[in-house]
Every structure is written in structure tokens, then in C-alpha cells.
Design a protein around this ligand. Sequence first.
Ligand code: MLT
Length: 411
Amino acid sequence: MITINENYLKLQDSYLFSTIAKKVAEFTKNNPDKKIIKLGIGDVTRPIIPAVCDAMHKAIDEMSDIKTFRGYGPEQGYDFLREKIVEFDYKKRGIDISIDEIFVSDGAKCDTGNIGEIFGIDNIIAITDPVYPVYLDTNIMAGRTGTYDKEKDQYEGVVYIPATCENGFVPELPTKKVDMIYLCFPNNPTGTVLTKDQLAKWVEYAKENKSIILFDSAYEAFITEQDVPHSIYEIEGAKEVAIEFRSFSKTAGFTGVRCAYTVVPKELKAYTEKGEEVSLNKLWNRRQCTKFNGVPYITQRAAEAVYTELGQEQIKENINYYLENAKIILEGLKEAGYEVFGGKNAPYIWLKVPKGYTSWEFFDYLLEKANVVGTPGVGFGPSGEGYFRLTAFGSRENTIEAIERIKGITV
Ligand code: MLT
């Protein structure tokens, strides 16, 4: 008899963004005349920049010529792209990362989800709460959690670290020993950041406890303030305790193109049960070579073009466009009397829902009255209850209209 991975049965019904999409589809079916504005899932709306499109066209031409055609590429990514990553994303910030510590992939979602494979099942995981659901769900699938406690809205065995307005969205260090720590800064969903000193405390904790930090910096391109680290490796000693995930999705509008990378430093070690040190770089390389055949050549040429002078200029324009949207949302909501957070170094605005509403009730109310879609905070974890997320990735026109509509409804 064929059996299943029963860990899947511990998962909540469906992935957060699928639940939202279903609700919106239902509403649209019942209200075909309503113009819905979607500021829910963090998906970009600006088209791919010309510098990237030109590079893709050129790569397509190469693929159609017998002399320049390419089949399988290196599983870790082509050197031309990895060299640019090392140079622009690290060397320019004074960080020493070598090319064989970079693993190019088709997305930070996949990488943050897959990375768990190289770690033991008994490791204790810590997540900030609220959190990007992929970190938790993939650990549930792997069997690294107990069952769901409906009352607490938490999984047994997982250490939840609240980041709420009460602690200024600065998660406190765990009071019990944890092994795998997921941090995302600039944060999804709250849009808030940590300073270098605040992040340094986590690095210190990880060193003291022989833990690993899984640092998702998919939104670093949106940082506008000084003293906010773009990479965890800006912190002294972080290469011994952290894996970093980066993505071209939000930086360069690649949500549909798919390209990202993960940095696994060679200093990074984890242990066998007997306490022997093992290189995580080697393990991840082994995993990728076995399960992944690399990102398409055309896509990697596209990503390479992001680092050209023109590419940098053009992506900056898009990032500024989204940051301006964020400002419009922040200011508009403040005027309307909402308590708002984030939005300065991130494309997400996190707001407190009006008194008397739960996150999902506010979701329904906003959809019904303003025809605006956001994401209920509780979908990101129990500490997200009472909050709501809007993204700055909409068009300018829709962003302005959504805020006008929200201002126009009474709550
Ligand atoms: C989000 O809305 O949180 C993001 O779009 C999720 C993602 O990047 O996968």
C-alpha cells in the first residue's frame, strides 16, 4: 500500500495567497461590475527594464545559432553572473564572498524552502512572528514541527518570536536554545528593518549556540536609510553562521522571469550527531547538483544585465516608483487615521486594523466596501492578528485610487 508523507496533513488548508485568490475570484464572480484593486500578493507590475530585455533578446539569438547554442549550464550558475554578484552585491560593500559560495537558482521561495533538506530533522526552528509562510510550511512538510494547536494558532515544537508594534518590530532573542533561525529583513510582511547592531545580536546568538541563521534579504534593494544592513555579512563573523537568500524578483521585476541566488559561505559548518563538522557549502552543492539543472542561460544573461550601468539606472527608477507608492499609502492611511508601519525601506505597509475587526474581517470589509485586496496579518502568524498588509507594487494610478477608496469608507 502506498503511503503519503503525513506531515502534509498537518498543514493548514491552503497556502495563504491561494486562499486570498480564491476569495477574490468568488467576489469577482458575484460582482462582475466592480473594479478590484489588488494590493495583496507582493507581485510587481512594472515591466522588465529595457537593458534586461535587450540582453534576453541577444541570448535568444545566441541559442538559435549552432556556434553559440548552449545546453545544460552549470548547476551553480554561470560564472559571468556569479562574478557580477560577487562584485556588485558584496565586494562593493566591503564583503568578501567568493564565486563558489554563490548558487544561482530560480527563486528565493524555492531556496528558502529547499534549504531545510541539508539540516537534521530534530533541529529546533525559530521564526519571527508574523512571518513569510514558506519558512514555516516547508518545515511542517519536512516533519520538523509537531501538530497545529488551534487555540494558539501555532505549531508545537516551533519557537515563535513576536515582532509587533509593542516591541518596535524588533524580535527578541529566543530564551530557549534554537538551531535554525529564519530572519527576513527588510521584513516581509511588516516592512520594518533591523539596524546593524540589532542584527549583530542575532549573529552573536548563533555563534554562541552553534545555530544557523537563514537570512532572507529579498527586499534589500528597497533600503533607503543608513545603518540598515543590505547583507547579513556586513556583520562581523556572520559568514560562520549565516546563509543569505537574494532575489531578482523584487529588485528587477523578475517574479515571472525567475532568478535568485543563495550564498553559502565556506566557513559555514553544521554537525553530525557525533559532533563532527561538515561544510554546508559542500552539502548544498551536492543537493543542487542532484536535484537542479541550473537556471536557463537566457535568464542568467537577463540577470547579468541588471548589473550594467544602464540596468542599475533603470531598476532604480522602478524601485523608486514603488517606494513612492509606499509613501502614498503610508501618508494616505495616516491621514485616514490608521496606525501604519514599514514602507520606508520595503515595499510593504503594515497597518493596524480598526478596533472591533479581526484581520480577516477587515480583509472582507475592505474587499466588499472599497474593492481593495490586501493580506490579513494573521495569515502570516498569530502575532499578525489585528494587522493588515498592503503592497506598494501596484500601479501609481491604482495605488492612489485604492487609498482614496479606503479613505472614503467608514470603519
Ligand atoms: C508576498 O506577497 O509575500 C510575496 O509575493 C511572496 C513571495 O515573494 O513569494
